[in-house]
Design a protein around this ligand. Structure first.
Ligand code: 6PG
Length: 466
C-alpha cells in the first residue's frame, strides 16, 4: 500500500460513491476511498479495488482510522451515503478522528435544515462542513454531474478544484459547479431541483396518458422525439422517448411496469418548504400528490368497478395544442421553482444567484434542458420568469392551449394534476380581483379575524358584527 498521502477522500462506495470516485481518479487526483466491511458490504472495497487495479492513484480502506490517516491535511472528503440518520452516525464517528480545518462534504440528498444543523455541529468540533447537492444519477456522477455546494465560501475555495474538475461543462465550457451560498443553501436548491424534476416527469406522464387513448407508445415516442429537436429539448423528454420505445420480447416494457410511483421525499420537502415560506408552489404539490394517489392501487382497483366506461367522452387530440400547453406548463413549473428559491434566499439571506443556478443546471443534472440555457441569460436582467417577455408572451399565447388540454383530460376522464395546477395558477396570477374577499368576510364572521377594505388604505383593518 502506498504511503503517499491522498489529496481527497470518498466515504461510501455505493453506486454514486463509486462513480464519483472514478470520476475524481480520472482527473488525476490521489484518492482514498472507504466503505465499511460489514452488514453485507464485506466485499465492497475489495471488489472496487480489483476492478480498478490499473489505477495507481486510488487507495482503498475498510478501516476508518487508516482511511483518515491516508489523506493529507487539511483533509477533504466527500461522504456519499444515504440521506437521513446514517449521516449523523457517520459524522459522529468522523468528528473525533478529524483535525481542525478538515472539510467534510455531504454529497447526498440531505434535508437543508439537517445540513444547517450539521454545519453548526461540525463547526463546534472545528470541522468545516459543506452540503453539496449532486445531480445526474449514476451516469452524471461518473461522467460529470451538476454540483451545488453550500457552506462557508473559504471552505468551498479549498475543495473547488476537485469539485469543479469532475462536474459537467455548460455550453461555453464552464463547469456546472459553483458556490451556492451559506449553510443549507446547496441542499435547498437541490431539493427544489428535484421538485422541478417531479413536475417535469408528471407533465410528461400526463401527456402520455392523454395521448395513449389514441396513440401507440411508438407514435407518442415519435411526437416527443420531434419536440425534443427544438426549444422543448430536455434530458427528461429524451429519456422518455427511449422508455416509450423499449421492448421486452414483443411487448413494450412500459406496459409491464406497475403503475405505483415511488419517491424518496425531496418533492414533498419542496412542497413543505413552500408552505412554510408562504409561497404558492402548486405544481410541485400536485406532482407529489399524483405519485401518492398512484400508490393506492388496491383502492383504485376496487373503486374503478363503480365507473361506467361511458363516463369518458371521446376528445379530439390536437398535437400542436398539446405541445404549446406543455411549453406553458413547463414555464410555470420553472417560475414556481425559481420563485421558491428566491423567497428562501430573501428569508435566509443567502444571496442566491439565479443566473448561475440556471447555468449549472444547463448540463449534468436531471432537469437539464434548452430552457435552462435561456433562463441563464434571462436571469441576468430579470429576477422572475414573469418579468421575462420570452415567458409571458408564450403564456399569453398558450393560455387557450392549456385550457384545451384540461378540457381534453376532462372529456377523456384522464387526470391532469400538473397541467391543471399550472393553468389555475396562471389564471389567478393574471386576475386583478379574486374572490378572496369572501374568505376574509367568513374569517371575520366566525373569528373576528378582521379584513381590509378596497376603499381604505391597506394598513387599516376592520371588524363587523355580522
Ligand atoms: C438527481 C435525482 C436524484 C434522485 C432523486 C429522485 O438529481 O440525480 O434527482 O437525486 O433520482 O432522489 O428521487 P425520487 O425517488 O423521490 O423520485
Amino acid at each position: 500500500m502506498s504511503t503517499k498521502k491522498s489529496e481527497f477522500g470518498v466515504f461510501g462506495l455505493g453506486v454514486m460513491g463509486s462513480s464519483i470516485s472514478l470520476n475524481i481518479a480520472d482527473k488525476g487526483y490521489e484518492l482514498s476511498v472507504y466503505n465499511r466491511a460489514e452488514g453485507g458490504e464485506e466485499e465492497v472495497v475489495d471488489r472496487f479495488m480489483s476492478a480498478n487495479e490499473h489505477r495507481k492513484n486510488i487507495q482503498g480502506f475498510t478501516d476508518l482510522k487508516r482511511f483518515i490517516a491516508s489523506i493529507a491535511k487539511p483533509r477533504k472528503m466527500l461522504i456519499m451515503i444515504k440521506a437521513g440518520p446514517t449521516v449523523d452516525l457517520v459524522l459522529n464517528n468522523l468528528f473525533p478522528l478529524l483535525s481542525k480545518g478538515d472539510i467534510i462534504i455531504d454529497g447526498g440528498n440531505s434535508h437543508y435544515l439537517n445540513t444547517k444543523r450539521r454545519f453548526e455541529q461540525a463547526q463546534s468540533h472545528g470541522i468545516e462542513f459543506i452540503g453539496a447537492g449532486i445531480s445526474g444519477g449514476e451516469e452524471g456522477a461518473r461522467k460529470g454531474p451538476s454540483i451545488m455546494p453550500g457552506g462557508k465560501k473559504e471552505s468551498y475555495d479549498l475543495v473547488a478544484a476537485v469539485l469543479e474538475s469532475i462536474a459537467a461543462k455548460d455550453d461555453f465550457g464552464k463547469t456546472c459547479c459553483t458556490y451556492i451560498g451559506p449553510e443549507g443553501s446547496g441542499h435547498f436548491i437541490k431539493m427544489v431541483h428535484n421538485g422541478i424534476e417531479y413536475v417535469e416527469m408528471q407533465l410528461l406522464t400526463e401527456l402520455y396518458a392523454l395521448m395513449s387513448n389514441k396513440m401507440s407508445n411508438e407514435e407518442i415516442a415519435e411526437v416527443f422525439e420531434s419536440w425534443n429537436e427544438g426549444a422543448l429539448s430536455s434530458y427528461l423528454l429524451e429519456i422518455t422517448v427511449q422508455i416509450l420505445k423499449k421492448k421486452e420480447g414483443d411487448k413494450y416494457l412500459l406496459d409491464l411496469i406497475l403503475d405505483k410511483a415511488g419517491n424518496k421525499g425531496t418533492g414533498s420537502w419542496s412542497s413543505k418548504a413552500a408552505f412554510d415560506l408562504g409561497i404558492p408552489n402548486t405544481m410541485m404539490s400536485s406532482a407529489v400528490f399524483a405519485r401518492y394517489i398512484s400508490s393506492f392501487k388496491d383502492v383504485r382497483i376496487k373503486m374503478s368497478g363503480l365507473i361506467d366506461s361511458r363516463q369518458s367522452i371521446d376528445g379530439d387530440q390536437n398535437l400542436v395544442s398539446l405541445k404549446k400547453a406543455y411549453e406553458c406548463a413547463r414555464l410555470i413549473n420553472h417560475q414556481q421553482g425559481f420563485k421558491l428559491m428566491q423567497f428562501a434566499s430573501d428569508t435566509y439571506k443567502w444571496g442566491l444567484n439565479f443566473s448561475d443556478i440556471a447555468r449549472i443546471w444547463s448540463n449534468g443534472c436531471i432537469i437539464k434542458s434548452h430552457l435552462m440555457n435561456e433562463l441563464h441569460k434571462e436571469f441576468q436582467c430579470s429576477a422572475d420568469l414573469f418579468d421575462m417577455d420570452l415567458v409571458t408572451d408564450q403564456l399569453i399565447n398558450g393560455e387557450s392551449d392549456l385550457r384545451e388540454t384540461l378540457i381534453l383530460g376532462l372529456r377523456q376522464r384522464v387526470s391532469t394534476h400538473c397541467f391543471s395546477s399550472s393553468y389555475h395558477y396562471w389564471v389567478d396570477m393574471t386576475t386583478k380581483s379574486l374572490p378572496a374577499n369572501l374568505i376574509q368576510a367568513q374569517r371575520d364572521f366566525f373569528g373576528a379575524h378582521t379584513y381590509q377594505r378596497v376603499d381604505s388604505p391597506e394598513s387599516e383593518f376592520y371588524h363587523t358584527q355580522w
